[in-house]
Design a protein around this ligand. Structure first.
Ligand SMILES: Nc1ncnc2c1ncn2[C@@H]1O[C@H](COP(=O)(O)OP(=O)(O)OP(=O)(O)O)[C@@H](O)[C@H]1O
Ligand SMILES: [Mg+2]
Length: 514
């Protein structure tokens, strides 16, 4: 048996040699025909299977070629590539503007190996000159490029089953990571017929990331895990029959980082943002059209949802108007009552987040923000509506340290006086200062870190004194009581809410999953 394979190998070697000689001696047309013939014979006798992926398929661009090119250039590191490639392989190195990573491309007719599920495959980049072109409306490139994938015949099924899917998936991920994200917004009066796009977009270059976000590290980690699980959860959502959506409600005073968190989420997942200006939307049907024209892998944001009158405490209004009686004209499919004549209603919105329309499009995150959670309609707060409630609160010590590090490049151990830091720790919570206010002090003094820290400590102490004078501590207790009541009210419809152990922490950021 081994003799057979030795003979075959030498035959294949001979054929390859003939091919090279042919390239040198014969005129192009004859050469091409003979090369085809010899390639076919080589493939018949070889223990390998070959797949050709050409750049142009007929007159269309072959998406798979681009995907392979991206996959090979980015998912194998240069070091890996160099060690995997044969010694003679020449790699062309590239660094995209503003990128910190170096990518490589295969030079003409060079080869590289890749390992997938324990199987080694060989990729060859084949570039040949195109023969003289006849007239064409769509001129072809002068070179004919393609990849040839060589894989052992016994592993052929692997390629067809999963390797190519894996490449396409990876390429899409890389493309998304490299691409700039877009921030969309809707404006009034834009025609919503089927041909026009109702969203205006600009490049989204917000620098906020989870690293720069001043937030308790544990809670930050939990949000990041939740987002990652969502993004990788296609199988889960399919299996459980749920629409692939997730809702977050961010609440807390102004300047505590709600918008910054949204930007960090978008940067973390590589999603686009649709900033939905509800006051510009005329009615539910327009809202539906707008939402239908959002792409997947996006975050749909409604900021300050409490400022849209018809979305808050509608029952009260309705009860007053209808004298508490059921009025069929005011109800809708979801059983919620809508204010007559109102522009957009909560039920219209919820129909998209968790009603029948929620299955339109997939992999979408809804984020609502509010400064006044107590004003929100209980229908929005009910279990299952918003999957996670995140309280963005006043700055606590952990968050303060992140801000010091971000703005002054101060690491606590080395750069900040231990005693000062301790004083800050003691008064930061009582001072009830927002991260935005802390940032303000730090930016003002960013050229002199020591001065910045001193001034910040002064500001914190002043606030504490002021609060004590105005009975702030008592007031805070009352507020805590109110918040506790509010939580109990939210808990009452069904007792299946799962807290994440921050019930007794009234400030700082709380994460609560529904
Ligand atoms: N948690 C935070 N981490 C880092 N920076 C923050 C944080 N909170 C606020 N900031 C800073 O304060 C500024 C205002 O924050 P941001 O707009 O995110 O607050 P917000 O909660 O959305 O406020 P509003 O309720 O008024 O919309 C930001 O530009 C950011 O620099
Ligand atoms: Mg905001």
């Amino acid at each position: 048996m081994s003799d057979y394979w030795t003979t075959m190998a030498s035959l294949v070697g001979m054929l390859a040699f003939c091919q090279t000689i042919l390239q040198l001696v014969f005129p192009p047309e004859l050469r091409l025909a003979l090369i085809h013939l010899l390639t076919r014979m080589r493939h018949v006798f070889s223990s390998h299977t070959y797949f050709d992926i050409t750049e142009i398929d007929g007159v269309n661009t072959n998406e798979l070629y681009n995907a392979v090119s991206l996959y090979l250039s980015s998912s194998v590191t240069v070091n890996g590539a160099v060690s995997a490639a044969s010694n003679n392989t020449r790699l062309s190195l590239t660094r995209v503007p503003n990128s910190s990573s170096v990518t490589f491309g295969l030079s003409n007719n060079d080869r590289i190996t890749d390992v997938f599920n324990g199987v080694t495959v060989l990729w060859e980049h084949v570039v040949v000159q195109r023969q003289v072109q006849s007239f064409s409306w769509r001129p072809m490139p002068e070179e004919k490029r393609g990849f040839t994938l060589q894989i052992s015949k016994r592993d052929k099924a692997l390629v067809l089953d999963s390797y190519l899917d894996h490449i396409v998936g990876k390429a899409e991920e890389i493309r998304r990571r490299n691409e700039e994200r877009l921030l969309y917004t809707n404006s009034r009066g834009v025609s919503l017929d089927s041909r026009t796009h109702p969203w205006d977009s600009v490049r989204f270059k917000h620098p906020s990331t989870f690293e720069t976000l001043a937030m308790d590290p544990e809670r930050k980690k939990r949000i990041m895990e939740d987002l990652r699980e969502f993004a990788n959860g296609q199988g889960f959502y399919q299996k459980t029959g749920r629409a692939w959506k997730r809702g977050y409600l961010l609440y807390g005073p102004p300047g505590t980082g709600k918008s910054s968190l949204i930007a960090a989420m978008a940067n973390y997942l590589g999603y686009d943002i649709y900033d939905l200006e509800l006051t510009e939307v005329q009615n539910n049907s327009e809202l539906r059209k707008l939402l239908m024209k959002t792409s997947s892998k996006s975050i749909i944001v409604i900021e300050d949802i409490d400022c849209s009158i018809s979305l808050t405490k509608r029952e009260k209004v309705n009860k007053k108007k209808s004298n508490g009686c059921y009025d069929p004209n005011l109800t809708n499919g979801s059983g919620l009552m809508d204010e007559p004549g109102s522009s957009v209603t909560l039920s219209g919105l919820l129909n998209f987040t968790d009603g029948l329309w929620s299955c339109c499009g997939s992999e979408r995150i809804f984020v609502f923000t509010t400064n006044h959670i107590e004003k929100l309609d209980s229908a929005l707060m009910r279990s299952g509506r918003m999957d996670m409630h995140i309280h963005m609160g006043f700055c606590r010590f952990q968050a303060l340290k992140i801000l010091l590090k971000n703005y002054l490049r101060m690491e606590e151990e080395e750069d900040v006086d231990g005693a000062v830091l301790k004083e800050m720790e003691e008064c930061v919570e009582e001072a009830e200062i927002t991260p935005a206010d802390v940032s303000e002090v730090l930016i003002r003094n960013r050229s002199d870190a020591e001065k910045a820290v001193r001034e910040l400590l002064c500001v914190l102490k002043e606030r504490v004194v002021k609060r004590r004078k105005s009975g702030g501590v008592k007031k805070k207790k009352d507020e805590d009581g109110e918040e506790e009541q509010e939580k109990r009210a939210l808990d009452s419809p069904n007792g299946n809410r799962e807290f994440f152990g921050f019930e007794d922490e009234k400030d700082g950021n709380e994460v609560e999953e529904k």
